[in-house]
Design a protein around this ligand. Structure first.
Ligand SMILES: Cc1ncc(COP(=O)(O)O)c(C=O)c1O
Length: 410
């Protein structure tokens, strides 16, 4: 069986050539990952060789435009979708805000939007503001005591008044992979659109949009080894129902319709480096370049996920007897490698500090999912939870360091 070669992976991340990242066990990945070498190369190249207004008549402007086109095409190919269905904005928060504006004219009194009690604020606030402004009803799919979403609790919220259901693929705190396919299967026949926040999910499992068929799917590339951009797939049938949010003279370009910010040229060009990285990893692990970029990326992502899952299980095993609670499942079945811990004996802040002193980066707080912590009964949401979030470049040794330090706190 092919397993992830972590030495190869680390050799692809220039951060590990630097002293500080090399000695730090980095478990803040849900806040942003290190950047893959091929992405940095493309980024620096754009800034060095082509930092001009792209798409002009001169050679230098033409080449700059080609690099941006390559970045857009690479992202679409990585996802296995049409480039026109992908908006590349500055962040997921901005993209979802723009999407809510775009949907505004079809939401009014008598309509309902469902959000969850588990989401990051980015996929709640924009919809709450829209409902308030347009006199529509906001319904919240509540979490259970463990912070998880149960399908049974959705049943009573769904009817033919629901226009949009907004949910996270997996929460940036709880980590459970939500039953997206089942939700889509239930609500779509009633005419509801499903908007998915995949920001926390994507770094652990590259999203399979052709399989899931969401109406909109958002994630942010600063968590997937690239600069900060928000990627938003909008299915063509949903896009056709929405009002463009771009300059009026750009409406004929589908990739610009929901871009209310204007493109970050160098970062978009750098996205082609993600394709380079996944391709190189596929070649290294499977010995070929066969199949589409989408299918090769899915294969590589599977290796990455298996590696992270094993590491995270090792952490859970190592702390199982400590007076530490895990928000969500205390095992890796059906969850991603992103663990939120808390204790009634020691504050999350002091756990984070103790790890920090040992060159282990793992933050604490509510991570902008404050409503989730309130819903899960965590009283001090500022202290919040200690979050240990993995990336595929983490190692067994790093996990053991976390376990050792946590054990010393009790
Ligand atoms: C689950 C989740 N959704 C949305 C966001 C917001 O993404 P962005 O920072 O790109 O706006 C984050 C950021 O941490 C997140 O973790």
């Amino acid at each position: 069986m092919t397993v992830l070669d972590v030495d190869f992976v680390r050799s692809c991340f220039p951060a590990f050539k630097e002293e500080l990242p090399r000695r730090t066990a980095f478990f803040e990945n849900a806040g942003g990952s290190y950047v893959a070498g091929p992405v940095l190369e493309r980024y620096f190249h754009f800034y060095t060789a082509n930092k001009v207004q792209p798409y002009g008549a001169s050679e230098i402007c033409r080449v700059a435009g080609e690099q941006m086109d390559a970045g857009r095409q690479a992202m679409a190919d990585l996802l296995g979708v049409d480039p026109g269905s992908v908006t590349i904005g500055p962040s997921t928060t901005q993209n979802i805000n723009t999407l809510a504006q775009a949907a505004a004219s079809r939401i009014g009194p008598g309509d309902a939007i469902i959000v969850t009690g588990q989401d990051h604020e980015a996929n709640i606030g924009a919809w709450e503001r829209l409902c308030r402004r347009n006199g529509a009803e906001l319904r919240t799919w509540p979490v259970n005591a463990g912070g998880e979403l149960e399908l049974a609790a959705l049943e009573s919220l769904v009817d033919d008044r629901v226009r949009i259901l907004c949910m996270t693929h997996s929460s940036n705190i709880v980590g459970t992979i939500n039953p997206l396919e089942e939700v889509i299967r239930r609500v779509r026949p009633l005419g509801a659109r499903v908007v998915v926040d995949g920001v926390s999910f994507a770094p652990h499992s590259w999203p399979d949009i052709p399989l899931l068929k969401p109406d909109a799917y958002c994630f942010s590339t600063y968590k997937t080894y690239a600069p900060h951009l928000g990627i938003m797939y909008v299915a063509p049938e949903f896009a056709a129902e929405l009002d463009p949010q771009c300059h009026y003279f750009n409406v004929q370009y589908p990739e610009k319709r929901f871009d209310a910010a204007g493109p970050d040229h160098a970062s978009i060009a750098a996205l082609a480096g993600l394709a380079d990285y996944f391709s190189a990893s596929h070649r290294h692990h499977f010995g070929n370049d066969e199949g589409s970029l989408y299918s090769r990326t899915q294969d590589v992502s599977g290796l990455m996920n298996t590696h992270e899952t094993a590491l995270c299980q090792r952490l859970l095993d190592g702390i199982a007897d400590l007076p530490l609670d895990v928000l969500g499942r205390p095992h890796m079945e059906g969850r991603e490698a992103n663990i939120a811990l808390y204790s009634d004996r020691v504050s999350s802040a002091s756990l984070s500090q103790a790890l920090g002193k040992a060159d282990i980066a793992a933050g604490h707080g509510h991570f902008y999912a404050r409503r989730l912590l309130e819903n899960a009964g965590i009283r001090d949401t500022e202290d919040g939870v200690l979050r240990v979030s993995f990336a595929h470049y983490n190692t067994v040794d790093e996990v053991d360091r976390v376990v050792t330090i946590l054990r010393q706190q009790f």
